[in-house]
Ligand binder design. Structure first.
Ligand code: GLU
Length: 428
């Protein structure tokens, strides 16, 4: 387990697998194998002690031919250029799986936000926007929250952007506070989408969700809402972890209590009545549903061999290595791939952007109903693709997604029609 594998190379491999499985051309791979635009910036920040520290930030726009780039910004000490590139590539396939008019984008700043005061965090968020503002915009590239960023940070970023451009522009960023044009339901959306796909997967496999045991690796926004909403449907959370360690509670936890414990102490560790474990212990816990909701490269071949869950729902981006994938596929574990499982967040970001552009706001029921519709439809399409081609679910999700992207590239004249279509046209 660990971050040894380069996510950019993994993303390229996944694209290649799908292009080959679809019988598409090398040209398509060439068009998708790297981001269209990538910027690195240095962000000077005045620290509370009066000194200045310079942080490195990135923004990657993978594809801009299907609409503006779209994707979050993460604040993490392990952020790298290749990681941000890979994450932007995964966003392209994610937005296409759920049929959104976007390409993929992603940003990151190399920082441990836990070591910053609120004031320093705000100045960093604003500083990042001062460096990247010429590259973003509601019709160009629309950032959002990701690991260690939240609505408040989006609020500061929007405020800085609007001050620079001198006009109201809520559609430039999503996942904002409601008071600044955020969407109802956006905060819960990633978890809600994960849970919809788990519910569909359990039904598809003929398994009961009620009473099913769940392990959640990573207890941030996505992990917490996934736990809460699964509990509402009768499942029981028996294991959880965060960056400080993991816990096992075979009898089940009340998710609200675990969230309160994490808010009070900074971690799930030490939750009353639990047994301490590590990340491996949570990933291989005795359960029916495993939700990796942390970072990349957590499920390698060794972890995959130890997983006891029947369903793995990837709330995180890129949690499984190619070797891990191989083992999961061989073992017949049902994987709901990240680009499908966690697409609820960007889907409601899209709804937020639509509301901003129209200046007309929806009820939470309306947001959730539309999210439900999109997630269920996409889940069914991916499963149908897997069945039709006898493909592993991850490859099927890429195949379904890439088909739509290829169509967009073709009608723009960037990609030739496939040989069989040329033949049909010639015979007419
Ligand atoms: N960061 C989230 C993701 O990885 C959400 C992106 C967005 O809402 O644009 O999907």
């Amino acid at each position: 387990m660990g971050g040894a594998q380069n996510p950019f190379l993994i993303a390229q491999q996944q694209i290649r697998n799908a292009v080959v499985a679809l019988g598409e051309s090398e040209e398509l791979y060439e068009l998708l194998k790297a981001p269209a635009h990538f910027v690195e910036v240095q962000i000077p920040v005045r620290m509370d002690d009066g000194g200045v520290r310079v942080f490195t930030g990135y923004r990657s726009q993978h594809l801009t031919t299907l609409g503006p780039a779209k994707g979050g910004i993460r604040f993490h000490p392990a952020v790298t250029a290749d990681e941000v590139k890979a994450l932007s590539m995964w966003m392209t396939f994610k937005t296409s799986v759920v049929g959104l008019p976007y390409g993929g984008g992603k940003g990151g700043v190399v920082v441990d936000p836990r070591k910053l005061s609120q004031g320093e965090l705000e100045r960093l968020a604003r500083g990042y926007v001062r460096e990247i503002w010429p590259f973003i915009g509601p019709d160009r590239d629309i950032p959002a929250p990701d690991v260690n960023t939240n609505a408040q940070i989006m609020g500061w970023m929007l405020d800085e952007y609007e001050k620079i451009v001198g006009r109201s522009c809520p559609g430039v960023i999503t996942g904002k506070p409601i008071a600044l044009g955020g969407s109802l339901g956006r905060n819960e959306a990633t978890g809600r989408g994960v849970v919809i796909t788990i519910r569909e997967a359990m039904e598809y496999l003929g398994l009961r969700l009620e009473g099913a045991r769940v392990a959640i690796q990573g207890f941030g926004n996505a992990g917490q809402f996934t736990g809460l909403l699964l509990e509402e449907l009768g499942a029981v959370v028996v294991a959880a972890s965060d960056s400080r360690g993991g816990i096992l509670c075979p009898g089940g936890v009340r998710v609200a209590d675990l969230i309160a414990h994490k808010q009070a102490t900074g971690s799930v560790v030490g939750f009353p009545g639990s047994r301490a474990t590590d990340q491996y212990g949570v990933l291989t816990a005795d359960c029916e549903i495993l939700v990796p909701a942390a970072l990349e490269n957590q499920i390698d071949a060794e972890v995959a061999r130890g997983i006891r869950a029947r369903v793995v729902a990837e709330a995180a981006n890129g949690p499984t290595t190619p070797d891990g994938d191989h083992v999961l596929a061989q073992r017949g574990i049902f994987v709901i791939p990240d680009i499908l499982a966690n697409a609820g967040g960007v889907t409601v970001s899209y709804f937020e952007w639509v509301q901003n552009l129209n200046q007309f706001y929806w009820t939470e029921e309306e947001v959730n109903a539309r999210l439900e519709q999109k997630m269920v439809e996409s889940f069914r399409q991916v499963v149908a693709t897997a069945e039709r081609h006898g493909a592993y679910t991850r490859t099927a999700a890429y195949m379904y997604s890439i088909q739509r992207i290829a169509e967009g590239l073709r009608v723009r004249g960037l990609l030739q029609a496939p040989a069989r279509q040329l033949r049909v046209a010639a015979g007419q």
